[in-house]
Write a protein that binds this ligand. Structure first.
Ligand SMILES: [Zn+2]
Length: 359
């Protein structure tokens, strides 16, 4: 009898299959070079038509509030929403389900970005070669003396930020930007995104810790981003992330404020964002934003070298921050692909209004 197959052989694939006993698969996240624990995993199951299979992570927290994300094409994702705990889920494959993807979160793939860019007729350029020799995509549009820099996936597994980033680009690409160039790197840890790494807390340090002044970058992508910031007047810089797995601020959308001196600007932007949010998008509340040196156990240190801190240190920089976008959200504010893209479109409108108030 043909048996089912659990594979990670696709962009973003990640898991260690420990053993299979009957219709139970014991598996775990593949940490690779991540120091300490992390939770990302993504698998493809084939040949399981008509079977009921349990996927068991051995008691580890590897699944969110709504079960795993499920997809047939790696592009459209829904939550399983049943038969699931934080460490185990069970799925009954219909006779038609020849190939089903399951993941910790709703993956945003390079193919999705390329399809979005093609639809917008937004040219994709090459930023550089990655360590593994791959072309790293970037986009650049608009002309002017000032720049807005947009990045995502400094931490490879953090897909939620890409949906918000896509929404931001969707609006900014269509409006006339007065004297402003937009520079965007949607997958900073490009090898990690392709290979399905956690990326977070990568040894010796991850891409978002590769921003120490007067110390050469160790990753080709961050070297190029630093070079761009060093040679352009970066007026605004936004870096789109996902937080930790679940709980407290991890279930929200938060601006991570990185400058005590510029805190009034963060509050102004956060309020503009809230005013622009429509009911059908992922919600944000300015009061949830993380102040400098705030967050659970005061994790938001302002002196940690990050992309945002690197941009902020330039006198011409008006605003730079990380936006953390929850993996799952709350029942009254759940993460879905469209709600996150919609949130990004509202975020772009807040950028435009902020610029308008400055000119
Ligand atoms: Zn991150």
């Amino acid at each position: 009898m043909k048996d089912f197959c659990v594979s990670t052989d696709f962009p973003g694939g990640n898991a260690v299959v420990l053993k299979t006993e009957g219709n139970t698969v014991y598996l775990d996240s593949d940490l690779r070079d991540t120091v300490g624990d992390w939770f990302y995993w993504a698998i493809c199951v084939t040949g399981a038509e008509g079977k009921t299979i349990t996927f068991d992570f051995g008691g580890k927290m590897r699944i969110g509030y709504y079960g795993p994300a499920v997809s047939y094409d790696l592009t459209h994702w829904k939550w399983l929403e049943k038969d699931s705990t934080f460490s185990k889920f069970t799925y009954t494959f219909s006779e038609k389900e020849t190939k089903v993807y399951f993941a910790h979160n709703m993956i945003y793939s390079e193919t999705m970005f390329r399809e979005f860019a093609a639809q917008k007729q937004m040219p994709i350029q090459s930023l550089c070669k990655s360590r593994k020799g791959r072309d790293v995509p970037c986009v650049c549009f608009g002309k002017g003396h000032k720049s807005i820099v947009l990045t995502a996936r400094h931490h490879a597994c953090e897909s939620t930020g890409n949906y918000v980033l896509e929404g931001v680009l969707d609006v900014l690409f269509d409006v006339p930007l007065n004297d402003i160039q937009v520079f965007c790197v949607p997958f900073v840890d490009y090898d990690g995104v392709t290979d399905g790494d956690q990326g977070k807390n990568r040894a010796p340090y991850d891409h978002n810790r590769d921003y120490t002044e007067n110390k050469q970058a160790i990753y080709p992508e961050t070297a190029k981003i630093r070079e761009y910031i060093d040679t352009h007047s970066v007026f605004m810089a936004f870096d789109f992330h996902s937080p930790w797995h679940v709980g407290a601020e991890n279930d929200l959308v938060c601006i991570i404020q990185k400058s005590i001196q510029k805190q009034n600007r963060y509050i102004k932007f956060g309020n503009l964002l809230d005013q622009n949010l429509t009911d059908d998008v992922l919600q944000h509340h300015q009061s949830d934003d993380i102040p400098p040196n705030g967050g659970t156990d005061n994790w938001n240190k302002v002196d940690t070298p990050t992309f945002a801190v690197y941009a902020l240190r330039k006198p011409e920089n008006e605003l730079a921050f990380t936006l953390e976008t929850c993996y799952f959200g709350h029942p009254d504010n759940p993460f879905t692909q469209e709600r996150a893209r919609g949130m990004g479109r509202c975020f772009a409108k807040a950028i435009l209004e902020y610029i308008h108030t400055k000119s």
